[in-house]
Design a protein around this ligand. Sequence first.
Ligand code: CMP
Length: 139
Amino acid sequence: MAIERTLTIIKPDAVAGKLTGRIVERLERENFRIIAAKLVHLTQSQAEGFYAVHRERPFFSSLTKYMTEGPVLVMVLEAEDAIRRLRTVMGATDPAQAAEGTIRKQYGRSIERNVVHGSDAPETARFEIGYFFNALEIA
Ligand code: CMP
């Protein structure tokens, strides 16, 4: 399996709720290497740009408003099979459907307030990493 990079975001309510340390600890324990990280308070248009693929979805306006309600921790993770493995560790989008032991099952509150984001494919990961980080910011 190839070494991959993926983007993860710890969402505003999780940062505000002081879950950051626990989530970072879990990701490191799962053998992801943090190669870039920053705390960002997104504007509405930055959130809309990031989630542009969901523009036509009924939840788009609520999602982008939610993502601007406070700072988020954005990180680039590197690992073997990182994209698929991160999604497994996060669990299903809806915490109610997520498997036991996943981050969303443990900390998620709803399908929208689901604690973490993770890229869903290599092309998406490239777009999402480039959205937040330039080459000099990735260690
Ligand atoms: P994320 O992995 O960041 O990708 C898109 C986000 O939209 C998702 O996590 C949820 O926060 C949100 N989302 C997805 N589906 C729904 C839905 N049906 N209703 C509300 N929010 C959703």
